[in-house]
Design a binder for this molecule. Structure first.
Ligand SMILES: CC(C)(COP(=O)(O)OP(=O)(O)OC[C@H]1O[C@@H](n2cnc3c(N)ncnc32)[C@H](O)[C@@H]1OP(=O)(O)O)[C@@H](O)C(=O)NCCC(=O)NCCS
Length: 148
């Protein structure tokens, strides 16, 4: 059974494999070790007893919780796993009264744009040539959260 739990250092080899499979400019293990130690950075994994199949990492900032990375291995997509990770993040957002969730996504990433739109995010900005690997623009997306 797949469950959502906080990321621990032992997960990092799995996470780096997911990164390499999902992104043209993957984060390396050292970057994850550094981020895991940062007090404002939070990370979740979706895992069975042996392996992680997805993860979400975000940072608490003044304007809201900033999604740094979200990925699900290809074989496990369209099963609601990213949605479950996001729901867990929303529980945390409510606890800390975060005003919004924010992120950047490549304009060419149709799957991720569809996912975030389905989850209530809206585009509020664009940054030209943000992604080095294909010089694509980043769309800045935000989901505003109700005050509790
Ligand atoms: C984007 C991503 C995280 C979505 O993960 P997922 O677990 O497949 O998403 P879910 O199953 O929770 O999808 C929930 C809803 O989002 C939308 N959605 C997700 N993937 C979609 C796709 N490829 N095309 C259209 N809509 C999509 C649908 O509305 C979906 O609901 P449905 O399956 O009932 O139609 C996944 O495709 C991924 O890891 N992509 C590669 C990494 C990446 O681009 N990360 C984002 C960086 S900003």
């Amino acid at each position: 059974m797949i469950r959502i739990r906080p990321m621990v250092p032992d997960d990092i080899p799995d996470i780096v494999n997911i990164e390499k499979a999902c992104f043209p400019d993957p984060w390396n293990a050292l970057l994850f070790y550094i981020e895991l130690r940062h007090p404002d950075v939070h990370s979740l994994v979706a895992a069975d007893r042996k392996k992680c199949c997805a993860y979400l990492i975000f940072r608490k900032e003044e304007k809201g919780l900033h999604i740094l990375n979200l990925a699900v291995i290809e074989s496990h997509r369209r099963r609601g796993i990213a949605g479950k990770l996001l729901r867990r993040m929303l529980h945390y957002a409510k606890r800390v009264s975060a005003p919004a969730l924010i992120l950047e996504v490549s304009e060419n990433n149709t799957a991720a744009r569809a996912f975030y739109t389905a989850k209530g995010f809206e585009v509020y900005g664009r940054e030209a040539g943000y992604y080095e690997h294909d010089a694509s623009d980043a769309l800045r997306m935000m989901k505003k959260l109700e005050k509790m």
